[in-house]
Design a protein around this ligand. Structure first.
Ligand code: PMV
Length: 325
């Protein structure tokens, strides 16, 4: 039996702007997806059912990429601590953990760039050729990750990720951000609205809005400025500034119409006990995050308004093997 796990993520800065070439900053969260894999008779299975390329295309393409289609059958069991379809990267965490378990099975080393690449390609194949590497890079590397279209000075450059898409070749520079010691005193409270809102719909909504109101490109540029300032503040441990920048990021995301009343309400109730709060991910539902030194009070405030919460430090370990034969 092989068991591997990978963390979910939330985006601190740069969602949507990253689609237009601005940087994005994400942290791994202390809520993981775990995959166990054991040999079985008959065919490949996932959670007791035949592995289905319609329902789990990324798992099938990872299996074929690592083992080849003729591999001997295994049964996969998946356990997740993440809210599903809430923008917390559960699919990427599943891909990264599956990839690590498969590599372990064939006796290959745990090479994080290879896991990030294979997982990203599998996610893209499952999403009509389009996927940013935010989720798969964060699930693989853990900690705090910055993506940009250039090498950034406030972060450690790790690798370049390129992808052939229907719109041509795209390329991202992936960095790890070293958080200052003081960032370990702070917590993120992730609050879910419980509303499912597909990322693709939100991304195309922004594209349409920018066509109608091209002046809003300024807000996208400002989001990039906020993301770079956020990384600088995180790396020197200026949590107050990180919080203020999160508030500012939320206002900019409201300007491009990706927030919604439920997200705004949870952000508002979290602010009195936190350093800053914003929606995270595609918006229109999904989750918000608050940076706080008092996680219990912030979580209670969000729960009082009906939000489900996850309390997490900023960053969690990336993909890892939990058990090997
Ligand atoms: O909701 P999530 O976590 O899948 O975030 C999507 C982030 C976007 O910037 C809106 C899209 C993307 O591909 O980066």
């Amino acid at each position: 039996m092989v068991r591997a796990s990978a963390p979910g993520k939330c985006i601190l800065f740069g969602e949507h702007a990253v689609v237009y070439g601005e940087p994005a900053v994400a942290v791994a969260i202390d809520a993981r997806v775990q995959v166990s894999m054991a040999p079985c008779k008959g065919e490949w299975k996932l959670d007791g059912n035949p592995l289905n390329s319609e329902r789990h295309p990324h798992v099938v393409s990872l299996r074929d990429a690592v083992l080849g289609a003729e591999s001997s059958p295994h049964s996969l069991m998946v356990q997740s601590e993440l809210f599903p379809a809430a923008g917390l990267g559960s699919s990427a965490a599943l891909s990264a953990a599956t990839c690590a378990a498969l590599l372990q099975l064939v006796g290959d080393e745990m090479d994080s760039e290879r896991i990030a690449t294979l997982s990203h390609l599998a996610e893209a194949a499952a999403q009509k050729g389009r996927a940013s590497p935010v989720d798969t890079s964060t699930a693989t590397l853990g900690g705090c990750v910055m993506l940009s279209n250039e090498k950034e000075s406030f972060a450690d450059w790790r690798y370049t990720r390129t992808l052939e898409t229907p719109d041509g070749e795209l390329s991202w520079e992936i960095h790890s951000v070293d958080l200052a010691e003081r960032a370990r005193d702070a917590w993120l409270v992730v609050g879910s609205t419980g509303i499912h809102s597909p990322t693709g719909k939100m991304v195309s909504g922004v594209a349409e809005l920018l066509t109608q109101r091209p002046e809003l490109r300024q807000e996208i540029t400002k989001m990039g400025v906020v993301a770079r300032a956020g990384v600088a503040a995180l790396s020197v441990g200026n949590l107050e500034e990180v919080g203020e920048l999160m508030d500012l990021a939320h206002s900019l995301l409201r300007e491009i119409e990706v927030s919604c009343p439920e997200l705004d309400r949870l952000v508002e109730v979290a602010r009195s006990t936190s350093l800053g709060a914003k929606m995270t991910g595609a918006g229109g539902g999904g989750c918000m995050i608050a940076l706080t030194l008092n996680p219990k009070a912030t979580a209670e405030a969000i729960e009082m308004r009906g939000g489900r919460v996850i309390i997490t430090p900023l960053g969690a370990p990336g993909v890892r093997i939990e058990e090997s034969p």
